[in-house]
Design a protein around this ligand. Structure first.
Ligand code: CP3
Length: 331
């Protein structure tokens, strides 16, 4: 951990639909096309840096891209989010998944990382990312968005061996994928376990922990700091942090000082978070109050990275994000 002059700030989904310059590109290309073209992906990665003055750029890609070389079939439809055309519903399908080498099968993402890292000003690091084994498994099994995670949990409880096989496959895949992004110039890596909060602490320990730990170990071996992010993790935080990560990303459902206590200080960890993205839609005085509250809960401890508790919503005004950056930087 190194000292900084001001609290650093960046936003999850800072590249995306709330930005007019992104929407212009999106009129001409589908989301997958933008991801597949390294020059465009690199350009989009830089857009929020110029607009918002954030302290880091996150690579423009999607956590579900590895589903293409895995043969699961991936598409995005307007309003419905991701759709997986050949979801995993039976144990036998897990053993039939083809081997994936991220450096070649996802070469276009690595190329985008290289181009973005080269184009960014030296004081703005590039963050690479991947989905965590649980969040990937939930999409692979459900085939799209879900409220209950019923198919995922049923698979986990009914086919525990195939479940662990699948989680192992994802852990090795994303570990190698993150390391390849670091070699291409990413100076930090984030593992997104966006939906892990649907689990009980006991199920997290049994079905997820060892696999997140493996993915984080492989990512960490690349030598760059790793951010371990999840939502709704308040009751999981002790084990979630034990799984690894130099930085633990938390959402607004747990105050930062409480999170810090649960995460513990041995080893010393940084914490990332945790403004509610919906606060960006509030009147300016309420937004400012909430930003200052997050900073107060961080209490000037070393290792606070300001972020939202989850991604920027498409209806967010650009000026609200600009104001947050100013306040966090001491304005
Ligand atoms: O700025 C950035 O954060 C970088 C790019 C990024 C995208 N997806 C681009 C994207 C990142 C980091 C992601 C991660 C991602 N993708 C996650 C983990 C983070 C999270 O939000 O929990 C997840 C679960 C996904 C899967 C995914 N991709 C969903 C559920 C959706 C639909 C969401 C919606 O609001 O409709 C996507 C599509 C997607 N990925 C968009 C962007 C900018 C919006 C789609 C568009 O341009 O049409």
């Amino acid at each position: 951990m190194q000292p900084t002059d001001v609290t650093p700030v960046w936003f999850m989904r800072q590249a995306g639909r709330y930005l007019p310059e992104y929407r212009t590109l999106r009129q001409k290309h589908s989301l997958l096309e933008l991801c597949h073209k390294p020059e465009l992906a690199a350009q989009i990665t830089l857009q929020p840096v110029e607009r918002l003055g954030v302290d880091a750029a996150i690579l423009f890609a999607d956590i579900l891209l590895p589903f293409e070389p895995l043969g699961l079939g991936l598409s995005f439809s307007a309003g419905e989010g991701p759709q997986i055309t050949r979801p995993i519903r039976e144990a036998g399908q897990v053993l039939d998944l083809p081997p994936v080498d991220p450096a070649t099968d996802l070469a276009y993402v690595i190329e985008a990382a290289r181009a973005a890292a080269r184009a960014l000003p030296p004081h703005v690091p590039l963050i690479g990312f991947a989905g965590a084994p649980f969040t990937l498994a939930s999409y692979a099994i459900e085939g799209g968005a879900t409220r209950t995670f019923a198919l995922t949990k049923r698979f986990m409880y009914t086919e525990p061996r195939a479940w662990h096989e699948l989680m192992q496959r994802f852990a090795e895949l994303v570990g190698g994928y993150l390391a390849a992004q670091a070699r291409a110039g990413a100076r930090a890596l984030q593992l997104f376990d966006s939906w892990v909060g649907c689990l009980s602490p006991a199920d997290y320990a049994t079905y997820v922990f060892p696999h997140s730990q493996r993915a984080l170990e492989l990512a960490g071996a690349s030598g760059v700091p790793v951010i371990h992010f999840g939502t709704d993790t308040a009751t999981l935080l002790v084990d979630f942090a034990r799984a690894g990560g130099d930085v633990i990303g938390v959402d607004w459902r747990v105050p930062l000082d409480v999170a810090w206590e649960r995460v513990g200080s041995s080893p010393a960890r940084a914490i990332q978070g945790n403004l509610d993205p919906v606060a960006l839609l509030a009147p300016r005085p309420e937004l400012e109050r909430q930003v200052r509250e997050v900073l107060a809960h961080a209490g000037g401890r070393p290792g606070h990275i300001f972020n939202l508790g989850h991604g920027v919503l498409p209806e967010t005004p650009v000026e609200a994000l600009q104001a947050v950056v100013e306040w966090v930087h001491g304005g």
